[in-house]
Design a protein around this ligand. Sequence first.
Ligand SMILES: Cc1cc2nc3c(=O)[nH]c(=O)nc-3n(C[C@H](O)[C@H](O)[C@H](O)COP(=O)(O)OP(=O)(O)OC[C@H]3O[C@@H](n4cnc5c(N)ncnc54)[C@H](O)[C@@H]3O)c2cc1C
Length: 490
Amino acid sequence: MKKKVVILGGGISGLASASFLAQKGYQVQLVEKNDQLGGRCRTFSAKGFEFDMGPSWYWMPDVFERYFEQFGKKVSDYFDLVRLEPSYKVYFKDEEVDIPANYDQLKALLEKWEQGAGPKLDQFLKEAQTKYEISMSDLVFRPSLSVMEFANLKVLKSLFSMDLLKSFEGHSKKFFKHPKILQLLEFPILFLGATSDSTPALYSMMNYADIKLGTWYPMGGMYNIIKAMKSLAEELGVEIVTDSEVHSLETSSKKVKSAKNGTKEFVGDVFVASCDYHHADRVLLKNGSSNYSEKYWDKRKLAPSSLLFYVGVNKKIDGLRHHNLFFDTDFSVHAKEIYDHPQWPSKPLFYVCNPSKTDPDVAPEGSENLFILMPLAPGLEDTEMLRDKYYHMIMERLESRLGTAIRPNVIYKRAYCRKDFESDYHAYKGNAYGLSNVLMQTAILKPRMKHRKLENLYFTGQLTVPGPGMPPSLISGEIVADLIEKEHAL
Ligand SMILES: Cc1cc2nc3c(=O)[nH]c(=O)nc-3n(C[C@H](O)[C@H](O)[C@H](O)COP(=O)(O)OP(=O)(O)OC[C@H]3O[C@@H](n4cnc5c(N)ncnc54)[C@H](O)[C@@H]3O)c2cc1C
């Protein structure tokens, strides 16, 4: 009899772990709460628009390629990937700038702001590339259960010689002075849910990902990633059960015996919780069998939650690119309102994705599909009134920067915020993308991938190693599958 693994949650990490485990020969059953797979990377249709609900930046294409290659497939077997040019557009207070995908053009742009910035970018990215390559070929694939995994690593020595533990802010300021350049370099780490003074310089590898590896888009929408992962999992024999929320993990003699959902009981030899770690740890596990206390969780520094708007507009909007960052207010104020004194922001930065600029399939002809994201401290009050107030605040800024009215042409609008993250995904404090990548929550300092006492319970996904984002979640699914193979051999 094959050993059976039950996976809770069908987001990217759950689907990835399912396919790797099935390939290794386990019988795999994946149980998902919602009627659609994908977790934070879901989709919905309304009035002829196809809205991706979460991720919109396809970065680190090498990680996706590597994933499918391990199953003898290619990304191109599933979807067409296009590199965006420009990569994105930034609206500063006094100018708006296309950020070219072409490296020489980017260097020329930086030179306009700061003399000598071009060659400095070469140096900055050379280091960033080394960090990226070392991390991707080794560090991020470790389960980080013990510091010994990192002992005697030659690679660590070379990383330490590169300001690994210094703050990102200190590191980038060693190279550049111009505030716009610094802001551009800091933007990818904002994705990782922390400010540049609390993020280790290791993460300049994200600048290499941004500038050298590029910003891509899967034609048809981000949900094509999930469709591809689902089709692969099914081909490998994974049994997928949707619309089936697990309500408890039943334990006895240091083991999880089953996952129960009221009417059904999913029995297995090994269990993988790919749903939010806190939910599995504090809600599904009962009778004092949690891995961590509520106090521990409360002390974790979370990446922000978000206020999102999915907006269908029945006219074309000039000026916007596929990705648009509105950095026209002081980020330090918004950052304080996220991290230091959590509150709804006074003058928020926001981001607008306009995928219909690239993809005619996501909006009716002559219309625009807009996804608007405003980062927000986790755990704040969330009311219709607040959502509405910020919708108008953001739209007013958008309309005035673009010099065109948009609201009269809005034919579909849906807001999504903390309460939705909680009810849809059981997201702790309504987090959007897991834990911040601050130094004290890196590698072995993240919530453990393996339960301390329950010998057949594992965790994967954006709240454990290696961290938030689609590529790390893919990798997380791979690491947990390897760990299970080692500890529960067939
Ligand atoms: C608004 C937003 C924008 C983002 N933008 C980007 C981006 O541009 N690029 C990028 O790379 N990443 C981005 N991310 C991050 C990325 O989406 C996530 O890191 C990744 O999708 C997380 O995958 P996961 O498998 O860890 O978790 P999830 O996607 O949350 O999957 C967990 C699954 O578990 C299910 N579940 C929960 N409780 C139960 C239960 N009791 N029983 C059964 N199932 C359960 C949930 O329904 C969910 O499907 C973004 C995220 C958000 C929210």
